[in-house]
Design a protein around this ligand. Structure first.
Ligand code: CP
Ligand code: NVA
Length: 304
């Protein structure tokens, strides 16, 4: 097993399924795991705001018997106060793992390259694999077997979309990304997902019509239109993305038992209406809760 969790594509399907099994087991009864990371410390480095990621890693490591230390942007500013190399060489002597939320994905890759300890990607501009783990755990709990399911991601072809494509392809879930022209997922990410899909037969597609995208979907997923770091584009994006709002009309075009998913935070009234996010079909808080269990399974698998 790889020492770092930067992308689900670095793991086999069996390794991912094993992590889901561990997560479900921990969720049922944490007791057998409560000292599994005894005496181990995770550094939590976040260069962007976070509610779910910070809380779930902090609580998660404690539930496994370990500790966390939070390092804010004021302490660490990548490549400015100190190089990524030097940060790695310091922290590998002090802690047993690092969860990093950063802008450039290269920071996470470099940290993993230089440090001998486990590095977990807690969101970069390119991907958000811990989110995808919690999301597919949620889908598995609610829909059962992955094979034959379809997830439609509606909105910006961003970090969350990339990770949903990667893991979906690996697990055998068809993933359609419906986005405005010019906001498609990164081409490399799309090609990597298509490559991974060859083993499972999953269909990975990108369309520019949300109505077409959600047809037959078992899960409809959306995220903010302007990600952290893109705040200056918020007004312009509101106009471009308006036809991609997930509202009751769009949900009605998916399967009648489709679930609504969102990584959160949500901008209610923009990418999703109150009516949808507060509906019976919405599983957004179930997903958020599963961040804890999925990430505990990741930490346990990498660091025990
Ligand atoms: N979904 C997610 O990663 O939430 P936070 O930004 O609050 O961590
Ligand atoms: N795409 C969003 C996800 C937040 C969890 C962002 O990067 O801001």
């Amino acid at each position: 097993m790889k020492k770092d969790f930067l992308c689900t594509l670095d793991f086999t399907k069996d390794e991912l399924v094993k992590m889901f099994d561990i997560a479900k087991d921990m969720k049922l009864n944490n007791e057998p795991y409560s000292t599994s990371l005894k005496g181990k410390t995770m550094a939590l480095i976040l260069e962007k705001p976070s509610l779910r990621t910070r809380t779930t890693f902090d609580v998660g490591i404690q539930q496994l018997g370990g500790f966390s230390v939070y390092l804010s942007p004021a302490e660490i500013s990548f490549g400015k106060r100190e190089s990524v190399h030097d940060i790695a060489k310091n922290l590998e002597r002090m802690v047993q793992g690092i969860m990093l939320r950063t802008f450039s994905h290269k920071n996470a890759v470099d940290l993993a390259k230089y440090a001998s300890i486990s590095i977990i990607n807690g969101l970069t501009d390119y991907s958000h694999p811990c989110q995808a783990m919690a999301d597919y755990l949620t889908i598995n709990e609610l829909k059962g077997d992955f094979k034959g399911l379809k997830l439609c991601y509606v909105g910006d072809g961003n970090n969350v979309a990339h990770s949903l494509m990667f893991a979906g392809a690996q697990l055998g879930v068809d993933v359609t990304v419906a986005c405005p022209s010019g906001f498609e997922p990164n081409l490399r990410a799309y090609l990597d997902a298509c490559e991974a899909a060859k083993a499972t037969g999953a269909k990975i597609e990108v369309v520019n019509d949300p109505n077409e995208g959600v047809k037959n979907a078992d899960a409809v997923y959306t995220d903010v239109w302007a990600s952290m770091g893109q705040e200056a584009e918020t007004a312009a994006r509101k106009i471009i993305f308006a036809p991609f709002q997930v509202n009751s009309d769009l949900m009605a075009k998916a399967k009648s038992d489709a679930i609504f998913m969102h990584c959160l935070p949500a901008h209610r009234g923009d990418e999703v209406t109150d009516e949808v996010i507060d509906s019976k079909q919405s599983v957004v808080f179930h997903e958020a809760g599963n961040r804890l269990h999925a990430q505990k399974a990741v930490m346990y698998s990498l660091m025990k």
